[in-house]
Design a protein around this ligand. Structure first.
Ligand code: NAD
Ligand code: WQD
Length: 343
C-alpha cells in the first residue's frame, strides 16, 4: 500500500474521481466529508471501480476538533487534497456568511490541524478568480479581478491564506489548481455529478433535459461578442482533472516545486461555445435537445479559456479527452443514475 492521502470532500463530484485515480496510482486514501452535497453510496461505487473501499470519516471541517482527531488517528498523512467547499455562485450571493464559514473557516481549521507536519496540499481553486479576462487564453499571471460573488471571493481568499501560510511555515508545500469547467463522468458510468435539486451548471441541465427530468434548457443569451453569439468556456473532462491532482501531489513529493505555493490552470486550452456544446451533445446521443434562447444570466462571463502550457511543462500533465468523450460519459452517467437512483 502506498502513501496516505487525506481527501476532504472526497465523496463529491471531483473528489470521487480523484480518489479513483489516487487508488489506481497506489495511494491509500482517507476521505473526510460531511455529506452535505454527496451520497455515502459513492464509497461503494468507488470500490466497484477500484476494488478498494476508501476509509471514510463523516465530519464537518468547521469542527476543528474533529479534523484534528483524524490527524491523530493517521499521523503519517503526508498529502492532502482539499475539495470540501460549497460551490454555488447564486447561493453564495444569498448566503455569503455560509460561504465564508464553510469555505474559509474549514480551510483555516484544516491548516491548523496540519500545523507542524510536513505536508503537500492541493487546493481546489477556480478560473472564477480571473473574472472576465482582458486577454485570451488566460495565463496564471493575469490580474485577479475583484470577485463577483462571495463564492469567487472564497477562492481568492483561500489562495491568499495558503500562499501566506506556505511562505511562513516550514515544510508546507501547496499547489492551487485553477479548474476551468469540469464536466463528464468516469468511463465506467459508476460515478458522476450528482446535482442537488435543479442543476445550475450547463451539462447536468442538458443531460437531465435529454432524459426527461427537465422540460427545456434555456441558453442564457446568444447575442454576445462571440462567433455564434453564445458564451464560450474551457470544458475539461473530470477524469483528466482528477489526474492533474495526482500529478500535483507527485511534483511536491519529488521536491520539484519551484516555490512553497504554486498555481496552475487546469483546462484543455480550447474554448467551445454553449451552442457548439449542445450540437456536440445532440450528435453524441443521436437525439434533439429541447432548448430555447433566453436572456443573459446576471454576472456571466462572456468568454474564457485557459493557457495550460505551464501545467504541461511543470506537471507533465495534459488533458486527453475531447468534448465528445466528456458528453458521452456525462450521458452514460445520467442514464445509469436514472436507472439506479441512490435514493
Ligand atoms: P461537490 O459539492 O460535489 O463536492 C464537495 C464535497 O465537499 C461534497 O461532498 C460536500 O459534502 C463536501 N463538503 C462541503 N462542505 C464541507 C465541510 N464543511 N466539511 C466536510 N465536507 C464538506 O463539489 P465539486 O464540484 O466536486 O467541487 C470540489 C471543489 O472544486 C470545490 O472546492 C469547488 O469549489 C471546486 N471547484 C468546482 C468547480 C465545478 O464546476 N464543479 C469548478 C472550480 C472549482
Ligand atoms: C456554463 C455556460 C452559462 C446553464 C460556474 C461558476 C464557476 C465554476 C464553474 C466553480 C455559461 C451557460 C448554463 C443553463 C446556459 N465553478 N448556461 N443555461 O458559469 O462557467 O461557471 O461553474 O468554481 O465559478 O461560476 O458554468 O455550467 O453554470 O455555465 O446557457 O441552464 O453555460 O450561461 O455560459 P460557469 P455553468
Amino acid at each position: 500500500m502506498g502513501k496516505k492521502i487525506l481527501v476532504t470532500g472526497g465523496t463529491g463530484y471531483i473528489g470521487a474521481h480523484t480518489v479513483v485515480e489516487l487508488q489506481n496510482n497506489d495511494y491509500e486514501v482517507i476521505i473526510v466529508d460531511n455529506l452535505a452535497n454527496s451520497d455515502i453510496k459513492i464509497l461503494g461505487q468507488i470500490a466497484s471501480i477500484t476494488g478498494e473501499k476508501p476509509e471514510f470519516f463523516r465530519l464537518d471541517l468547521r469542527d476543528k476538533n474533529a479534523i484534528a482527531e483524524i490527524l491523530k488517528i493517521h499521523p503519517d498523512i503526508k498529502g492532502v487534497i482539499h475539495f470540501a467547499a460549497s460551490k454555488s455562485v447564486s447561493e453564495s450571493v444569498k448566503k455569503p456568511l455560509l460561504y465564508y464559514d464553510n469555505n474559509i473557516l474549514a480551510l483555516v481549521n484544516l491548516l491548523n490541524a496540519l500545523a507542524g507536519k510536513p505536508v503537500n496540499l492541493v487546493f481546489s481553486s477556480s478560473c472564477t478568480v480571473y473574472g472576465e479576462p482582458d486577454t485570451l487564453p488566460v495565463t496564471e499571471l493575469a490580474d485577479i479581478k475583484k470577485a463577483e460573488s462571495p463564492y469567487g471571493n472564497t477562492k481568492q481568499i483561500g489562495e491568499e491564506i495558503l500562499k501566506e501560510t506556505a511562505n511562513a511555515v516550514k515544510d508546507l508545500s501547496v499547489i492551487a489548481l485553477r479548474y476551468f469547467n469540469p464536466v463528464g463522468a468516469h468511463p465506467s458510468a459508476l460515478i458522476g455529478e450528482l446535482p442537488n435539486g435543479v442543476p445550475q451548471n450547463l451539462v447536468p441541465y442538458i443531460t437531465q433535459t435529454a432524459i426527461g427530468k427537465r422540460e427545456q434548457l434555456t441558453v442564457f443569451g446568444d447575442q454576445f461578442d462571440t462567433p455564434d453569439g453564445s458564451c464560450i468556456r474551457d470544458f475539461i473532462h473530470v477524469v483528466d482533472l482528477a489526474r492533474a491532482h495526482v500529478a500535483a501531489i507527485r511534483r511536491m513529493e519529488a521536491g520539484q516545486a519551484h516555490a512553497a505555493f504554486e498555481v496552475f490552470n487546469i483546462g484543455t486550452g480550447q474554448g467551445y461555445s454553449v451552442l457548439e456544446l449542445i450540437r456536440t451533445f445532440e450528435k453524441v446521443t443521436g437525439t434533439q435537445l429541447n432548448y430555447r434562447i433566453g436572456p443573459p444570466r446576471d454576472g456571466d462571463i462572456v468568454k474564457i479559456w485557459g493557457d495550460v502550457s505551464l501545467a504541461e511543462k511543470e506537471l507533465g500533465w495534459r488533458a486527453e479527452n475531447d468534448l465528445t468523450s466528456m458528453l458521452s460519459s456525462a450521458w452514460a452517467w445520467e442514464n445509469y443514475i436514472n436507472n439506479n437512483p441512490f435514493n
